[in-house]
Design a binder for this molecule. Structure first.
Ligand code: ADP
Ligand code: ZN
Ligand code: ZN
Length: 731
């Protein structure tokens, strides 16, 4: 007779930067403790303890040493399973990242740390038989609560969310006189829409409805104010009627109290929100509410794409072109792209909405992968704003503002309107220059090999700050190079524009909205509420470009965009065009006509000319043709290896060795570099990168799969910080 087979081992995915699973045997002392794939366990790892997820269960490897025992099984039933676990496994393969790190990224912090899944159900109280019998003997609060409970019919429970009753309830529960029962999820009551959908909106909503119960991707391209949100709401209401869950992804800036209120007012179910302002406890509860099915509609930022959706019916991605969907460190996933993967696995429709779709998305629509739905006109009474290009060559500028622009602002204010001055650079001035000798303030830790990166002047000219590494210092009294007293801030950021406008238009409020003034989530709301309907001026960065409905805005002034016209990044034109359209779309959102004034030294620049003549579609068509000619995405697929180290040559040495390993087996993949990173020095680290490009995805991934084990084993790999970014957005 052969010996009994050794018991199965648990193969655990741990959040460590090693691309393998780790074998453990079940904890000592519980010989038959079962585990399932997707359960969390606590295990010893090195000298520490870690929480991981069982990724596989199988017979032990006979050649491997006897595995250590796990310490504790944390879940009796899988925390991650089904579609979500399968999609996350896909993401680990796609990003070439360890599964354990992907799972850790996907889970809320408390669950990642091994805390139990919180109870997300709403509870009610009910009297037990013992409680009924004991009622006459009760006194005080417990008596009053017991009487209230006794008066309920068999189907009714008392909502436990009632702070005044809590001490009495505790007393009854402790003695077994009352019990906790989950509240049934309230039936879905759709509130009427404030206006009927127009024909385009109706056609879009109908198309999404026709796709219920299967995967289909829609691009909803609609100019700002065309009523995309109304289409989402119609599709979500439809999804709720069928008893399914809806997930809505929005950019970080877009998830405003205003937009949540709109969703809550219209959908007759609780709307859960997930964003960076929540506590760890709240995030874990939202996760649990999704997993348990209590959450029917979730509106969330990037990481909400990882929420479990056991009863999924619809995924919406608002402002799908937005840069905040791409995670720029750790697991570098793109929430829009991952949402498409999940929608397919869940067999549900997914709606990508934007006024300025990403070129990748337009290409997918052109190839027929997405159904292209269009909302070409503004909904209701709002008309598109008039756009005027203001040539400011040779014009005298005050804080970057021309006399013509200042006159336009005066006119708009006098007509009772509000004005938005958009400048995508915060701070007082981008440069501090010595007029005597030419010295300028530079960050010593950032820049390229020879020069530091210019430090931004803040605090009305008193403080210098590096926007790349955060280092700050006081503005020197005299020039450190020549000792002269002619230090002058050059150019204007939002702070200086605010100062200038406040002095010139002293009769109206001037509010600055950027990351420096709006640290708190609700600060912007309070600012805007304080302004109300009065004439006034808002000065801001792209924080103001989206999300907020500003119905009294009649003039949008765009200044200081010229540097964006000449950036080396091949995505810069796309980003600039999207930003210009989004900012312009702020004007004239209601019955008042809107005007956009664009101030530039390059009125004939092709980007501006195309955008003005044909709008975003014309720009996108021209830009796609250029990308195709140049072999850039979406006509090629990219991966970027980045490396950084304190010592100058190490990053390039590592990348050269990596390039040799990658090039050999993969003729279809071209490698560019190693080259210095766009910011070759940041916070004291030298940075370089190696770009890999391929016309098709599979050979690129195959080349990475083949080479990464050897790249990880390179001796140089231990001397640098390196990372791999598949589909990089910042090159
Ligand atoms: P988007 O999301 O495309 O920017 P919204 O859905 O926010 O557009 O709609 C813009 C404005 O138009 C809102 O004030 C909305 O209430 C209004 N609106 C939307 N659809 C209609 C409609 N069919 N009739 C009248 N007004 C509408
Ligand atoms: Zn000087
Ligand atoms: Zn710096």
């Amino acid at each position: 007779m052969s010996a009994p087979a050794p018991p199965d081992v648990w193969r655990i995915a741990l959040p460590v930067p090693l691309p393998t699973l780790f074998d453990y045997r079940p904890p000592d002392g519980t010989p038959a403790l079962p585990a399932h794939v997707g359960c969390r366990v606590r295990v010893p790892f090195g000298t520490r303890e870690r929480v991981g997820v069982v990724a596989e269960i199988g017979p032990p490897d006979p050649d491997a040493p006897e595995p250590r025992p796990a310490l504790e099984r944390l879940d009796a039933r899988p925390l991650l399973d089904g579609e979500l676990l399968a999609s996350l496994r896909w993401l680990a393969r796609y990003t070439h990242a360890p599964l354990g790190e992907v799972l850790a990224t996907a889970l809320p912090t408390l669950l990642r740390q091994g805390e139990p899944v919180p109870d997300a159900r709403d509870w009610g109280w009910r009297l037990t038989e013992a409680g009924r019998t004991a009622l006459p003997r009760l006194r005080g609060g417990p008596r009053r609560l017991a009487e209230a409970l006794a008066a309920l019919t068999a189907e009714e429970v008392l909502d436990a969310d009632h702070p005044g009753w809590r001490p009495a309830a505790r007393s009854l529960l402790r003695r077994g006189l009352a019990e906790r029962v989950p509240l049934a999820a309230g039936a879905f009551v759709q509130r009427p829409a404030p206006h009927a959908l127009n024909a385009d909106q109706q056609a879009a909503a109908d198309a999404v409805r026709a796709a219920q119960g299967r995967f289909a991707a829609f691009l909803l391209e609609g100019v700002t104010g065309s009523g995309k949100t109304e289409v989402y709401l119609a599709a979500i209401a439809d999804c709720l009627t069928r008893g399914r869950q809806a997930l809505v992804l929005v950019p970080e800036i877009g998830l405003t109290p205003q937009m949540l209120a709109r969703f809550r007012a219209r959908l007759g179910v609780p709307v859960h929100a997930l964003h960076s302002g929540l506590s760890d406890g709240e995030r874990a509860r939202t996760w649990a509410a999704c997993a348990g099915g209590e959450a029917r509609v979730v509106v969330g930022t990037r990481s909400a794409v990882f929420l479990p959706l056991p009863e999924a019916g619809l995924i919406v991605i608002d402002e799908e072109h937005d840069g905040s969907y791409k995670q720029l460190d750790g697991i570098r996933y793109h929430a829009r792209d991952f949402a498409l993967v999940r929608a397919k696995a869940l067999a549900v429709p997914v709606v990508l909405g934007s006024a300025t779709p990403a070129l990748e998305t337009l290409r997918n629509a052109a190839l027929g992968r997405y159904v292209h739905l269009r909302l070409p006109v503004r909904a209701g009474a709002a008309r598109p704003p008039r756009v005027r290009v203001l040539d400011v060559r040779k014009r005298p500028l005050e804080a970057g503002l021309s006399p013509e622009l200042l006159a336009a602002i005066r006119q708009a204010l006098d007509a009772g309107g509000q004005v938005l001055v958009f400048r995508n650079r915060r701070g007082y001035a981008p440069v501090l220059l010595c007029h005597d000798c030419g010295w300028s303030a530079q960050c010593r830790r950032c820049g390229d090999a020879e020069h530091g990166h210019a430090m931004t002047v803040h605090a009305g000219g008193r403080r210098l700050q590096c926007h790349h590494c955060g280092s700050a210092q006081r503005v020197p009294d005299a020039c450190p190079a020549c000792g002269g007293l002619a230090l002058q801030p050059q150019g204007a950021g939002t702070e200086r524009i605010e100062e200038t406008l406040a002095a010139r238009f002293a009769d109206v409020p001037v509010l600055r909205i950027d990351r420096s003034t709006t640290q708190r989530r609700d600060a912007l709301e309070r600012h805007l509420a304080a302004l109300g309907e009065r004439p006034g001026i808002l000065v801001g960065t792209q924080m103001l470009a989206k999300g907020h409905d500003l119905p009294h805005l009649t003039l949008v002034a765009v200044v200081g965009i010229d540097e964006g016209l000449f950036s080396a990044d091949f995505r810069a034109p796309e980003k600039l065009a999207q930003l210009l359209i989004q900012v312009a779309g702020r004007a004239g959102r209601s019955h008042r006509a809107g005007e956009v004034v664009l101030q530039t030294h390059h009125p004939d620049h092709p980007l501006l000319a195309t955008l003005l003549a044909g709008g975003y579609p014309a720009f996108a068509a021209a830009e796609l043709a250029q990308r195709e000619a140049a072999g850039f995405p979406p006509f090629a697929h990219l991966a970027l290896l980045r490396a950084e180290a304190k010592q100058a040559d190490l990053p390039e040495a590592f990348l050269r060795a990596a390039r040799a390993l990658l090039a050999a087996p993969a003729p279809a993949v071209t490698a560019h570099g190693p080259l210095p990173a766009p910011m070759p020095r940041r916070a004291g680290f030298r940075r370089a990168q190696l770009l890999l490009a391929c016309a098709e995805r599979p050979p690129l991934h195959a080349a990475l799969d083949a080479a990464l084990p050897a790249i990880r084993a390179l001796p140089e790999a231990r001397r640098v910080r390196w990372s791999l970014d598949v589909d990089p957005v910042d090159l």
